[in-house]
Design a binder for this molecule. Sequence first.
Ligand SMILES: NC(=O)c1ccc[n+]([C@@H]2O[C@H](COP(=O)([O-])OP(=O)(O)OC[C@H]3O[C@@H](n4cnc5c(N)ncnc54)[C@H](O)[C@@H]3O)[C@@H](O)[C@H]2O)c1
Ligand SMILES: [Zn+2]
Length: 254
Amino acid sequence: MGDVAGFVAATYQRGVPVIQFPTTLLAQVDSSIGGKVGIDHREGKNLIGSFYQPRAVLIDPGLLDTLPRREFLNGLAEVIKYGFIADPEILDFLLAEDGLKKGLSGQKRIRLIARCAGIKAAVVSQDEREAGYRMILNYGHTTGHAIEKVTGYSAVSHGQAVAVGMIVAAEMAHHLGKLNRDDVELHRRVISRAGLPIKLPQVEISALLEAMLLDKKYGTSNRFVLLEEVGRPVVVEGVPEEIVVKSLLATQEE
Ligand SMILES: NC(=O)c1ccc[n+]([C@@H]2O[C@H](COP(=O)([O-])OP(=O)(O)OC[C@H]3O[C@@H](n4cnc5c(N)ncnc54)[C@H](O)[C@@H]3O)[C@@H](O)[C@H]2O)c1
Ligand SMILES: [Zn+2]
């Protein structure tokens, strides 16, 4: 919703001021911050858009009381992403938390949102136009977007796709000698604990590879955001296709 409102504000009379008032967990921790606005086109998601910073982002965590569980999980996948790329304490918190399935209690919810929103703001202020560093926010998303595309944007939600995408990225990092096995398993533990999937429904690996090739951030260079260790993301180019395939296979249901 905020993407469309932001896009309208950016283009109406060549730009009018906008304040974002996000009502989903995903928007509160991610999409309302950073100024990416846009709309989808038949040819691709977010194909028409711009960078347009809001004057302010007003977050009321109480709004999440009515948020459907599927939407809450979409946001939780981004929360987990921040844990892995920037703030491992978030992962400890999620593993220790009993109230996750109920959407978290007041103070805990506020603290978690504030922490994630802070990470997003810090990353985009260093690299507003995604020249490089901002790309780390794409952790799990290259595979995630491919899964969404191949499954027709309905069977698998964004959060579920990104969750599996992060496991694929962890497997890849392990095969490239970066992440140890324990940290790969940490991905599975945190993601399952949050109620998100660690396995893919049956999809053709070749269809996923093809979808990835059409992703401009993956392009022809097999580019992925991977972890050197938890909290230390790097952008890696030229991941050998056999490692991509092996890592995808590790998330296939038998
Ligand atoms: N700009 C960015 O950086 C960025 C980052 C990530 C995702 N996105 C985009 O954001 C979009 C998804 O936005 P979203 O997750 O905020 O979802 P949304 O605005 O599409 O809302 C999802 C659903 O939840 C309902 N809903 C929203 N708030 C509610 C509440 N408080 N109580 C009850 N129901 C509520 C809505 O009516 C809708 O049915 C996607 O198109 C995605 O591509 C953008
Ligand atoms: Zn996302």
